[in-house]
Write a protein that binds this ligand. Structure first.
Ligand code: FEO
Length: 394
């Protein structure tokens, strides 16, 4: 794939990673791959905004070389330390050793602790700017969106915001712009990205969006460091972020279970019938067969979660336990939940699920239900009513 001029004198020189299926140390499944976006600005001075993951270093350098010799790069702007954006820096900096690196104080520290190189580094703060010639770069610190070092770079002359990870998607495509791809796929990937990476940072994200709005800077393009570039409708992704960050939800229930011999599954399926009878949207998830990243995406917009497990060794089954541990880190706000499950003799899963629900900051909406071995006819009716009653509490 060749460089693409996204604005006058500003080129996408990133890489498309079609084959990656697992990201961030297996915390995120990337079924649609991803991209590592890097942007080259050619003016009187030449600046590169972020690099790419190290396996794609040669692709980056080739793209840059097709526009300018890499030796001519004056500035490398490091919006974020994480290796998917800085991995190519050591090789690139060997080609332009006099280039000055710009980033936050935390970025300077983080880059050093990753690569142990003494690059000429300029620490920047919110409001600092760098004149390239006709174009200017203005910096906006964005700590914990999503690392302490994170920063946005803005080019006022082009009304272009380069916010690194924010507004990204793990979405490999031959197209580069929002208006060229399937909208449902695009928003699906944007929601998955938000839910799995940014959800626990929602209050900071709301504040940052408010800060940008108050700065009254015109934005007609958002070029993140993953996925497609928002040129047709940047407001679409900003509004989606505001909604997700405010924890706005739909009347929707995600029923998540793990079952040993099918009894807990039977309960879950009957609950789904009860929820459906109440006219509420529902998704049923067998945790043992499901992709955790996708389940979190479903949970992002749902108000209610029903969580069930068979009891094994006085506890819930292990796939569900791992999932709830991950959910705990995401700390969903303004959600309700309840627990259910089947047991053989002593039980224990349901009480532990309730503990995990509370630990994640989710409100327990009603007492749990659990039945011995296979639920009988009356107990199945109770499962139906359980789903219906829970729906009424949404
Ligand atoms: Fe895409 Fe935080 O790295």
């Amino acid at each position: 794939m060749k460089p693409i001029e996204i604005k006058n004198g500003i080129y996408w020189v990133g890489a498309v990673d079609w084959s990656v299926k697992s990201f961030h140390g297996h915390t995120y499944t990337t079924q649609r791959g991803t991209t590592y976006n890097s942007y080259l600005i050619v003016d009187e001075k030449i600046a590169l905004i972020d690099t790419v993951y190290s396996p794609f270093t040669e692709e980056l350098i080739e793209k840059i070389r097709s526009i300018v010799p890499p030796e001519k790069i004056d500035y490398v702007i490091a919006n974020h330390v994480e290796r998917d954006h800085s991995g190519a820096m050591p090789a690139l900096m060997k080609l332009c050793p006099k280039a000055k690196v710009y980033g936050t104080a935390k970025c300077k520290e983080g880059l050093y602790r990753n690569y142990y190189e003494n690059w000429d580094f300029q620490i920047v703060k919110t409001g600092d700017s760098l004149k390239l010639g006709k174009k200017t770069l203005t910096f906006l610190e964005a700590p914990m969106i999503h690392w302490p070092d994170s920063m946005f770079t803005y080019c006022p002359e082009e009304k272009l915001l380069m916010p690194n990870d924010a507004f990204g998607q793990h979405y490999a495509t031959s197209e580069r712009y929002d208006d060229e791809v399937d909208q449902a796929e695009l928003m699906d990937e944007a929601a998955k990205y938000y839910g799995n990476i940014l959800w626990p940072l929602s209050s900071l994200i709301l504040r940052k969006i408010e800060e940008v709005v108050n700065m009254k800077i015109p934005i007609d393009m958002i070029a993140p460091s993953h996925g497609i570039i928002w040129r047709k409708d940047p407001a679409k992704i900003i509004n989606a972020y505001v909604s997700w960050a405010k924890n706005e939800t739909k009347k929707k229930v995600v029923v998540i279970y793990e079952t040993m011999w099918g009894s807990t599954e039977k309960m879950a399926r009957k609950m789904v019938e009860g929820i459906t009878s109440a006219g509420v949207d529902v998704k049923l998830v067998d945790m043992n067969q499901s992709d955790r990243t996708e389940v979190i995406k479903e949970m992002l917009t749902a108000k209610g979660y029903l969580i069930g497990s068979s009891t094994h060794d006085n506890d819930m089954l292990p796939s569900l336990a791992g999932f709830l541990e991950f959910l705990n880190g995401l700390k969903p706000k303004s959600r309700i939940a309840a627990a259910f499950g089947s047991y053989g003799w002593a039980g224990g899963a349901v009480a532990n699920i309730e503990e995990m629900i509370k630990k994640a900051g989710i409100a327990l909406a009603m007492p749990s239900i659990s039945f011995k071995y296979l639920p009988d006819g009356d107990e199945m009716k109770k499962c139906y009513e359980f789903g219906k009653e829970f729906s009424a509490k949404l």
